[in-house]
Design a protein around this ligand. Sequence first.
Ligand code: SF4
Length: 288
Amino acid sequence: MATFKDFRNSVKPNWCPGCGDFSVQAAMQRAAANVGLEPEQLAVISGIGCSGRISGYINAYGYHGIHGRALPIAQGVKMANRELTVIASGGDGDGFAIGMGHTVHAIRRNIDMTYIVMDNQIYGLTKGQTSPRSEAGFKTKSTPAGSIESALSVMELALTAGATFVAQSFSSDLKGLTSLIEQGIQHKGFSLINVFSPCVTFNKINTYDWFKEHITDLSAIEGYDPSNRMLAMQTLMEHKGLVTGLIYQDKNKPSYEEMVKGFKPEGLANQSLELSEEDFTKLVNEFM
Ligand code: SF4
């Protein structure tokens, strides 16, 4: 049986020392091993940004896609080979700006896969510009007088888009993050996990200390029930989205694959796609 070490490869991450993305990588590797996967059973598809490099740092199938397009690629991979566990990954700029259209539709489509967003409230790869997750007043090179736009409330948005699994974590909490990724992989549908993953180089506001001071763990809220969508929404609004843990899970909605009629259980990759002589003749005759 594989251990988390089997999901390591020889590529040394070139993230800045202290970047939150290191913990996300470690949690992903641990979660994959903990749910009993072997490296050849996992595909990690990423977008563009510092966090997008993660697909190259995991020993599994990997695809470093284009900006904001990790989800269409990942959904295609899953539909072509349902036997693979598919994780899409990227940053808040990638998934909540250029890729937001794909994010909303992937959520409502509910294909059985996991999407992990490394949310650092800034564009790190391009050296520090305001992202859709930056708070109003946030000063960067692109907003020297402070951003006049408010931050997107992504967890609330996911709930309204019909998400069946919504979770949030903090990269300092390796144990909690690993557990949420395990639950996300095991969820039968689309699981969204947003991770507060500080950019130590360019974001001097949303630091590790800032998150420790502002985050509320849902386990500390008495009577919190992740199957209650209304309560999930109310709790998010009361805490300005700064909660961690399993926010909402709907275990009853069927996944997209389960709803597609005539879809064979085994992946296309393992099916014989050869046409029989008889089917070929029938097809040709149809167009003659
Ligand atoms: Fe991480 Fe920021 Fe460095 Fe990018 S620039 S690797 S997000 S710390």
